[in-house]
Design a protein around this ligand. Structure first.
Ligand code: HEM
Length: 441
């Protein structure tokens, strides 16, 4: 582990002994990171999760780190302190040759013709859940959408019908997720971490039993796809690898998309003109429905989706650990150092994004294309070898849910409503997202 004095050449502060800025970060990462950027600039040292960290709010650094042409930056050891044990051996927890080998196989479960099947599986779930809001004048949008994404996890990812098994799986999965941010990292009695590790072991057994069945059956769900997945070189996953990948995929897909849809809903609820315009766009689709064939037919909705992830990126900081000494964006950083690509800050750099705090879905439209000012100025899905494999899945899910919602209801903010976003580990409105619903048409 890098010592504080090894980073003496960098601006920034380490905070308290041992815990550094961990508490500031947990309480209000957005404010803390923004103030540090204001005081120290695009590259600064800090200290959280028990060790010194170098933060890069710099698109050139993002490019160097994420493209990683010299195999210097480890994703495995970058993510290890938070999710390493609970989501062990998931795709993001692998590096270099081993990662490439696994990614090539997994790619088969994300090909475009396969994606259409996922969308077909998820549409009835979305219809059912959003339809059930009828008669309610107020919902907690965050909670309701989280239920939808959990049901999508059990049905589309694992191929379970809604019912007891799916509910059990979702509960155990949430135990594992909650443990990844628990302050105590040992399996002590009655700790969230222990509950999470027990949940992981139970999920391993559960998926382990399903894999042999799915090897010999057909189905459009992701687990079955992984069981049949084969790379162009003819490689396939072993049973235990499928289990590890499945547990990680649930994590990767779930809170990230919930967070994005919550941001979209809030912005639409507070900008009724924008909401009407997006609704008109959806209404112009055949049957007023989002579908695979119409995936490029919602440019304004797409702008809202992208802008939600710009202002509140679901992965606000991307961690890596240096496997050797390197100069990162011109700055010497010693082997073993933890670094953090601050997507949150890069997405708000005024040099790249005019009026950066304004929610403006037109930024991505032809003629403006602010996301192209720098190749790594807009990185909600990361970049390079670890670029999110589910990015298209996420876009389709968000657009399918939001289209369904907007065709049935007008989303209205409560009088005088303000929200506060808790930024880490994945942005969510503190205390939920209560919104009023008015029937449309
Ligand atoms: C809005 C939603 C999502 C966002 C913003 C998002 C963001 C990201 C980011 C930033 C990374 C790269 C992290 C790194 O480089 O360390 C990543 C990786 C990954 N994501 Fe997503 N994600 C989303 C949804 C999904 C979904 C729906 C799935 C699966 C269906 C998924 C599966 C994965 C996987 C497997 C990886 C690891 C890829 C690799 O290491 O090769 N993600 N995601």
């Amino acid at each position: 582990m890098t010592r504080r004095r090894d980073l003496a050449h960098l601006p920034g502060t380490f905070g308290y002994p041992i815990i550094g800025h961990t508490l500031h970060f947990a309480q209000d990462a957005e404010r803390w990171a923004t103030e540090a950027y204001r005081d120290h600039g695009r590259i600064y040292k800090s200290h959280f999760m028990f060790e010194p960290v170098v933060v890069f709010a710099d698109p050139d650094a993002a490019k160097q780190v994420l493209l990683d042409r010299t195999e210097t930056f480890s994703s495995t050891y970058g993510w290890e302190p938070t999710i390493g044990k609970l989501f062990a051996r998931g795709l993001m927890l692998r590096d270099f040759d081993d990662h490439r080998f696994h990614r090539k196989i997994m790619q088969a479960a994300f090909r475009s013709e396969v994606m259409a099947g996922y969308l077909d599986l998820m549409q009835p779930l979305i219809d059912g859940a959003v339809g059930e809001w009828r008669g309610r004048s107020r919902i907690d949008f965050y909670d309701e959408v989280k239920k939808i994404t959990l049901n999508i996890a059990s049905t589309v990812f694992v191929g379970l019908p809604l019912g007891d098994d799916a509910a059990w799986m979702n509960r155990r999965f949430m135990d594992a997720v909650n443990a990844s941010v628990a302050p105590v990292r040992w399996e002590l009695p009655r700790t969230a971490f222990r509950r999470g590790m027990e949940a992981r072991r139970e999920l391993e057994r559960f998926f382990g039993d399903l894999v042999p069945q799915r090897r010999t059956s057909d189905g459009d769900d992701m687990l079955t796809r992984l069981c049949h997945a084969e790379s162009e070189d003819g490689d396939r996953f072993a049973d235990d690898e499928i289990v590890d990948h499945m547990i990680f995929l649930l994590l990767a897909a779930h809170d990230t998309t919930t967070s994005t849809m919550a941001t979209m809903a809030w912005e639409l609820a507070t900008q009724p003109g924008l909401q009407d315009a997006v609704r008109e766009e959806v209404a112009a689709l055949p049957g007023g429905r989002f579908s695979w064939d119409e995936r490029d037919a919602l440019p304004l909705m797409d702008g809202v989706f992208r802008e939600a992830m710009r202002l509140h990126p679901p992965v606000p900081f991307i961690p890596r650990r240096l496997m050797k000494d390197a100069r990162v964006a011109g700055v010497p950083v010693p082997e073993g150092t933890m670094i953090s690509v601050a997507t949150l800050l890069i997405h708000r750099l005024p040099e790249l994004w005019p009026d950066p705090l304004t929610f403006d879905p037109g930024r991505y439209a032809p003629g403006r294309e602010e996301h192209k000012t720098h190749s790594h100025g807009y990185i909600p899905f990361g970049g390079g070898a670890h670029t999110c494999i589910g990015m298209h899945f996420a876009g389709h899910m968000a657009k399918a849910v939001m289209s369904d919602v907007l065709m049935r209801y007008r989303l209205v903010a409560l009088p005088g409503q303000q929200i506060q976003i808790q930024t880490v580990p994945i942005p969510k409105p503190r205390g939920g997202l209560p919104l009023l619903l008015e029937p449309v048409g």
